[in-house]
Design a protein around this ligand. Structure first.
Ligand code: PRT
Ligand code: ZN
Length: 283
C-alpha cells in the first residue's frame, strides 16, 4: 500500500483529487477522514495542510505527496521532485508600491520586506548580495506596505490582480512554481512498483490534457491539401466513406495550435470537423 499526502482543502485540493480520479483511482464517497484507502488500487490518501506535506514525506509518514514547489523549496526538506504536475502554477515575486520608480534590485537594500516565505527570500537576497530586513507574516502579506508594516512584499502571484488592487507592482520574479509529486528514494520494492504505475497513469492523463482528437470529411481531390496542413503529426488516419469521392481524416492536435490549424483545414477543403477531448494517451 502506497500512502500519498494531498492538500485537505485549498487551491490544490480539487485538481489533486481530479488527477487521482482521472488516473482511475476511486476513493469512497461520504464522510471523509484523515486517511482514506482507495477502493480499487493499493493506495491510501492522507489529507494534510499543504505546509505539512514536505515534512510528512521526508519523515516517511507519507510515501509521496502532491504540493506546490514553493512549499518544497521553503521547507528545505530532503525530498525529491518526481514529477511536475502542470497545475497550481504561480510565481514567487518581489513587489513594491506602484508609485515608486524601481531602479533595480539594489533598491531592496536596507528595506523591510514582508513575506510568508522567509527561506526562499533570504536565499535570494543572499545570492544577490542584498541586505534587507525580512518580516514574516502568515496571511494577507499584500496589505503590509499599505499599512506601513513593510516597504515591499515577497509573495505568490498568479494573475497579478491582488497586487493591482493593493497598488503594488511586481518587480522581480524569483521562483516559478506548480504542483509537483514529491518522494524520497527509500521506498520498498512493492511501494516503488505501485509508484511507477501511478506515475505512468499520471503521464497518460497529462499527455492527453493538451491534446484534441479531430475527425473531418475531405473530398478526395483536396486530400493532399488537407494532409499538408497537418505536418509533423504522425500519420493521420485516412478512411473511405460510403461516397467514394470523400474520405474521413482522423488525427490528434495540440490544443495550443487548435484555432490556427482548424481555420487552415477549413480553407483547404475539410468539412464536418468534429473535435473530441482525449481522456488518456498512452505514449
Ligand atoms: O490550508 P492550507 O495551509 O493547506 O492552504 P494554504 O492557504 O496555505 O494554501 P492555498 O490553498 O492558498 O495554496 C496552495 C498552493 O497553491 C500554494 O502553495 C501555491 O503552490 C498554489 N497557488 C497557485 C497559489 C496561487 N496560485 C495563488 N494565487 N497560492 C496562493 N495564491 C494567492 C497568493 O497568496 C495571493 O494572495 O493568491 C493571491 C494572488 O493571486 P493573484 O491571482 O491575484 O495574483
Ligand atoms: Zn498552507
Amino acid at each position: 500500500m502506497l500512502r500519498i499526502a494531498i492538500q485537505s482543502k485549498g487551491r490544490l485540493y480539487d485538481e489533486s483529487m481530479a488527477l487521482l480520479e482521472e488516473a482511475g483511482i476511486k476513493l469512497p464517497g461520504g464522510k471523509r477522514t484523515l486517511l482514506v484507502p482507495a477502493r480499487n488500487f493499493p493506495i491510501e490518501v492522507l489529507f494534510l495542510r499543504d505546509d505539512d506535506i514536505p515534512e510528512s514525506v521526508a519523515s516517511g509518514v507519507a510515501d509521496v505527496g502532491i504540493v506546490g514547489l514553493n512549499e518544497v523549496l521553503e521547507k528545505r526538506c530532503p525530498v525529491g521532485v518526481l514529477k511536475k504536475l502542470g497545475f497550481g502554477r504561480c510565481r514567487l515575486s518581489l513587489a513594491i508600491p506602484q508609485d515608486i520608480d524601481y531602479p533595480g534590485r539594489d533598491w531592496f537594500t536596507g528595506k523591510k520586506i514582508a513575506t510568508s516565505y522567509p527561506g526562499i527570500l533570504s536565499d535570494y537576497l543572499h545570492r544577490n548580495g542584498i541586505e534587507a530586513d525580512i518580516h514574516v507574516i502568515t496571511g494577507s502579506v499584500e496589505i503590509a506596505p499599505g499599512i506601513r508594516l513593510a516597504d515591499a512584499i515577497f509573495d505568490i502571484v498568479s494573475s497579478g490582480s491582488t497586487l493591482v488592487s493593493n497598488r503594488l507592482k511586481e518587480v522581480e520574479q524569483v521562483v516559478e512554481s506548480e504542483a509537483v509529486l514529491i518522494g524520497t528514494d527509500s521506498l520498498s520494492g512493492e511501494k516503488q512498483e505501485i509508484l511507477d504505475e501511478l506515475i505512468f497513469r499520471f503521464e497518460s492523463v497529462q499527455a492527453a490534457d493538451d491534446k484534441k482528437y479531430i475527425l473531418m470529411n475531405v473530398p478526395q481531390t483536396k486530400l493532399d491539401d488537407v494532409l499538408a496542413v497537418l505536418p509533423g503529426i504522425k500519420s493521420p488516419t485516412v478512411m473511405p466513406l460510403a461516397d467514394p469521392a470523400w474520405c474521413s481524416v482522423h488525427t490528434v492536435l495540440d490544443e495550443k495550435r487548435f484555432w490556427e490549424i482548424i481555420n487552415r483545414l477549413k480553407a483547404a477543403g475539410a468539412e464536418g470537423i468534429v473535435v473530441l477531448d482525449i481522456e488518456k494517451m498512452i505514449l
